[in-house]
Design a protein around this ligand. Structure first.
Ligand SMILES: Cc1cc2nc3c(=O)[nH]c(=O)nc-3n(C[C@H](O)[C@H](O)[C@H](O)COP(=O)(O)OP(=O)(O)OC[C@H]3O[C@@H](n4cnc5c(N)ncnc54)[C@H](O)[C@@H]3O)c2cc1C
Length: 423
């Protein structure tokens, strides 16, 4: 059933429904989404129940009226990178193509709680990139100029102002803080809530979300996809959309083509919870670390990718040591805090550090991949543009530059070199 504006009172979240359920001993809540079984045929099948797959399903239903859709997830929704990331949202990119797309995504984030009727705990607490040497300061100047020219908010501050605004920063780190680039609209959101909010909103529009269903092969006739094979049976469909992050090369190989992607483990960790000490997100490329504080009080700490190909979703000691050293240099008073958890996700890095959202060499098979270390912030924007691509069989103007063809034409968008963002 297609529900344009779902207002099912057992499922619509509001102050009134909270109050009502409070008096009702919380017995009236419906499950947030159905546990659907796979059907024999769909108009479109999305592989991967992370943020990207679920957002795509939501926008396909909401914007394009396609509701005979399934999202097939081999594990549980949000169990991939969407539930493993450090939740930083920003649009501080260098090239106009990236800036236009990521700022569009950030704008969607700004209205997402209301749009999904689900609290995604979006907190625009600002995002700092700090520099510790003259070269780094030059890079920040260049980045601020590019951002302002691209219509994205950006402020440049000297080291004293950075220290004034983040008093807990060390007075004398090994590398002095010489400047900071602040994007005030940057911040964080709750990662699980993105998966759950999109799942719930897509389900309310009739999308089947099928968990524990692994895609193991494709049916391809005369160069066009006609269905997928899964651990829960074969499914017929003329449109198949990949949204499987680090597993993209594996799926592409099953469909008979190769992609310029390398999969790496990216790690993160959280400390024990403490009272509020850090009200912003801070990244130091020189130290190879970034840090924020969650609403629970844990310090959420990430670092760069471990630069060898891997599918192992687990952390390791060398990266932890390097990360801890960077954090303690910047914030000496965190030196006696304990780590609570450490983990990894498998990120898919394209050779030019820019994603692919578009067509594949197989007709009816679409690609959303290559987000590397930065695809959480892209979820609403990419979901929207990918839905457009699938429904209309042509790229959305915002993601048209992110096509696979750029590796033939040479129109690469090298954000690693441009923004210094280590994907
Ligand atoms: C430690 C870490 C920190 C990060 N920090 C940030 C950050 O701060 N900000 C940011 O913007 N980005 C960040 N990222 C990147 C971001 O998490 C990802 O780019 C984004 O979550 C990708 O979402 P997705 O939906 O494409 O992939 P995923 O969430 O990984 O979902 C893909 C799903 O596909 C499923 N799947 C795979 N193969 C199959 C199959 N054959 N059949 C069925 N299902 C299959 C998987 O089980 C998985 O659930 C980080 C990533 C990591 C690992």
């Amino acid at each position: 059933m297609f529900l344009q504006e779902p207002k099912d009172l057992t499922r619509h979240y509001s102050a009134a429904s909270l109050l009502r359920e409070g008096f009702n001993k919380q017995k009236g809540w419906a499950p947030a989404w159905r546990d659907a079984a796979p059907k024999a045929e769909y108009d479109a099948v999305i592989i991967g129940g992370g943020g990207h797959g679920l957002a795509t399903a939501y926008y396909l239903a909401k914007e394009f009226g396609m509701t005979r859709i399934a999202v097939l997830e081999k594990g549980w929704i949000g169990g991939g990178n969407t539930g493993r990331n450090t939740t930083v949202i920003r649009s501080n990119y260098f090239f106009p193509e990236s800036a236009a797309f990521y700022d569009f995504s950030l704008k969607l984030y700004e209205g997402l709680t209301r749009d999904l009727n689900y609290n995604i705990m979006f907190s625009q607490r600002g995002m700092w990139n700090i520099a510790h040497d003259r070269h780094g300061v030059e890079m920040l100047h260049r980045a601020v100029n590019a951002m302002l020219l691209n219509g994205v908010d950006a402020e440049l501050h000297d080291g004293a102002e950075v220290k004034r605004r983040i008093p807990i920063l060390s007075d004398a780190p090994r590398y002095p803080v010489m400047a900071g680039l602040l994007q005030k609209r940057g911040g964080t959101a709750r990662h699980d809530a993105i998966a759950w909010g999109y799942a719930r909103a897509a389900d309310m529009r009739g999308v089947d979300i099928v968990q524990n269903c692994e895609v193991t092969g494709f049916d391809i006739v005369d160069g066009a996809v006609t269905g997928v094979r899964t651990t829960r049976g074969d499914i017929k469909t003329g449109k198949v959309a990949l949204a499987v992050a680090g597993n993209t090369s594996v799926l592409a190989e099953l469909a008979g083509f190769r992609l310029p992607i390398i999969s790496y483990a990216l790690q993160a960790c959280v400390s024990e919870p403490v009272k509020p000490v850090l009200d912003t997100v801070l990244l130091s490329i020189s130290h190879g670390v970034y840090i924020s504080q969650s609403d629970k009080g844990e310090l959420v700490i990430g670092s760069a990718i471990d630069l060898y190909p891997s599918y192992a979703q687990r952390g390791n000691l060398p990266v932890m040591e390097h990360t801890a050293a960077g954090v303690v240099d910047l914030f000496p008073r965190f030196s006696r805090m304990r780590f609570l958890r450490q983990w990894a996700g498998i990120v898919d890095v394209m050779h030019d550090s820019t994603p692919v959202v578009g067509l594949s060499p197989v007709k009816g098979l679409y690609l959303n991949c290559g987000w590397g270390t930065g695809g959480f912030k892209a979820i609403p924007g990419a979901g929207f543009c990918y839905a457009h691509t699938i429904a209309k069989n042509e790229p959305h103007p915002l993601t048209a530059p992110f096509s696979l063809k750029r590796f033939e034409t040479g129109a690469l968008i090298d954000e690693a070199a441009g923004a210094g963002i280590a994907h």
